[in-house]
Design a protein around this ligand. Structure first.
Ligand SMILES: Cc1ncc(COP(=O)(O)O)c(C=O)c1O
Length: 387
C-alpha cells in the first residue's frame, strides 16, 4: 500500500512535468489537481458524471470524435447538442454557432452544463486559434457553464500555428480569481502523444477541488495499475528520451501528412489544411452521386469494398456537410500508405471515366430524343422549339 502511494507520487510528478513540457512550459500543472483515469475515455465519462445530471446537456462542435456519443452519453444519460461548424470557415467555432447550439438545447428543454472541445481536433487535425479559445472562454463565463478541453493530441502538433492550451488563455486573461477558473477542466491521455493506448493512462486536471475529489472517488472504477505507473514514471522521468520521442514523432507525422496531402492532390482530392493529429480531413464531395449522406455512405461502402480502405465518413463524426472523410495516416508503414494513395487515385480515375462515359451516353440519349421529337412533328412542318 505504502509503495503504491510512492509510485503514484512519482508518476504524477513525472506526468505533470511532461504535460507542461508539451505546452512549452507556458503553463504548469499542480499534481494535487490531477486525477488518473483509465485513458481519456474514462476521463471524459467521469467528468460527465461529476458535472451533469441525466438529461442535462453538453455542447460539442461538429465534426467530433465518434466515441463521444458512447463516452459522454451511454452510462451518464447526458445529451450532446451539436455546435454546427462548417467548411465555409474551415470548421472554426463562431459566436453565432455557439449561441445557436445553446438555443437549440433550450428548445429541446435541456439544461446546458458546458461545452466540450477537442484541441487539437479529432477529426480535423487542426489546433484551435486563440480567437476561438477566447470566444469559448467568454461564452462559458457569460453562461456560467463548464468548459472541458480534451487535449489528448497536444503533443502531435507538427507545424504552425502551434498548440495553445485553454490553460494558457485562462492565465493570459488573469482568470485565477474568477469563477471560470474552477469551471475549466482538461482531459489528457498518453494514448496518442506516446502511442500507448493499450496502457490505459489518462487524466483529468481541474482547479475545482470538489471535481477533483469526486473524480478521485470515481476513478476507483478505472484505476491505472501500479506496475504501469512504475514503468511510466521511469519512462516520463527520462526527459532526454521524451523530448527526443516527441520531436521525432512530430517530424514523422509531418512527413506522413505531406505524403498523404500531395498524393491525394494528384488524385484531385483536397484536404483541410492541418497541423496536428494522426489524420487528415478529406473533401470527397465531388465524388458523391448527390449532395446527401446516403450518397456519402454509398461512396464509403465502395471505398471499403473496392479500394479495401476503411476511412471514416463525416456523418459518423456528425459533420453537417456530406462528402468529408477522415483518413488516418499514422497507423501504417509508409509503403502501405503509398499503396493506399495509389489505390484511391485509380479509384477516382475509374469513377471519373465512368462519369465521363455516362455523360457521353446521356448526351447521346438526349440528342437521339431530340431527333425523334423533331421527326414526330415534321409532318406538320412545325419546329418543336416553336411550341
Ligand atoms: C478526442 C479523443 N478523446 C478521447 C479518446 C480516447 O482515448 P483513450 O485511448 O485515452 O481512452 C480519443 C481516441 O481516439 C480521442 O480521439
Amino acid at each position: 500500500m505504502c509503495s503504491n502511494i510512492f509510485f503514484l507520487f512519482f508518476f504524477l510528478q513525472a506526468l505533470v512535468e511532461f504535460m507542461a513540457e508539451i505546452r512549452g512550459n507556458k503553463v504548469s500543472f499542480d499534481q494535487n489537481k490531477i486525477v488518473l483515469t483509465a485513458g481519456a475515455t474514462s476521463a471524459n465519462e467521469t467528468l460527465m458524471f461529476c458535472l451533469a445530471e441525466p438529461g442535462e446537456a453538453f455542447l460539442l462542435p461538429t465534426p467530433y470524435y465518434p466515441g463521444f456519443d458512447r463516452d459522454l452519453k451511454w452510462r451518464t444519460g447526458v445529451e450532446i447538442v451539436p455546435i454546427q461548424c462548417t467548411s465555409s470557415n474551415d470548421f472554426q467555432i463562431t459566436s453565432s454557432a455557439l449561441e445557436e447550439a445553446f438555443h437549440e438545447a433550450r428548445r429541446r428543454k435541456l439544461r446546458v452544463k458546458g461545452v466540450l472541445v477537442t484541441n487539437p481536433s479529432n477529426p480535423l487535425g487542426t489546433t484551435m486559434t486563440r480567437n476561438e479559445l477566447n470566444l469559448l472562454l467568454s461564452f462559458v463565463t457569460e453562461k456560467g457553464i463548464h468548459l472541458i478541453s480534451d487535449e489528448i493530441y497536444s503533443g502531435t502538433v507538427f507545424s504552425s500555428p502551434g498548440f495553445v492550451s485553454i490553460l494558457e488563455v485562462l492565465k493570459d486573461r488573469k482568470c485565477e480569481n474568477s469563477q471560470v477558473w474552477d469551471r475549466v477542466h482538461i482531459v489528457y491521455s498518453l494514448s496518442k502523444d506516446l502511442g500507448l493506448p493499450g496502457f490505459r493512462v489518462g487524466a483529468i486536471y481541474s482547479n475545482d477541488d470538489t471535481v477533483v475529489s469526486a473524480a478521485t472517488k470515481m476513478s476507483s472504477f478505472g484505476l491505472v495499475s501500479s506496475q504501469t505507473q512504475y514503468l511510466l514514471s521511469a519512462l516520463l522521468s527520462d526527459k532526454k528520451f521524451t523530448r527526443n520521442y516527441i520531436s521525432e514523432n512530430k517530424k514523422r507525422l509531418k512527413q506522413r501528412q505531406t505524403l498523404l496531402v500531395k498524393g491525394l492532390e494528384k488524385a484531385g482530392i483536397s484536404c483541410l489544411e492541418s497541423n496536428a493529429g494522426l489524420f487528415c480531413w478529406v473533401n470527397m464531395k465531388h465524388l458523391l452521386s448527390s449532395n446527401t449522406f446516403t450518397a456519402e455512405m454509398e461512396l464509403w461502402k465502395k471505398i471499403v469494398h473496392e479500394v479495401k480502405l476503411n476511412i471514416s465518413p463525416g456523418s459518423s463524426c456528425h459533420c453537417t456537410e456530406p462528402g468529408w472523410f477522415r483518413v488516418c495516416f499514422a497507423n501504417m508503414s509508409e509503403e502501405t500508405l503509398n499503396l493506399a494513395i495509389q489505390r484511391l487515385k485509380s479509384f477516382v480515375e475509374s469513377m471519373n471515366s465512368q462519369s465521363h462515359h455516362q455523360m457521353l451516353k446521356s448526351s447521346r440519349r438526349k440528342s437521339l430524343a431530340k431527333w425523334v421529337f423533331r421527326l414526330s412533328f415534321d409532318h406538320d412542318h412545325r419546329e418543336p422549339e416553336e411550341r
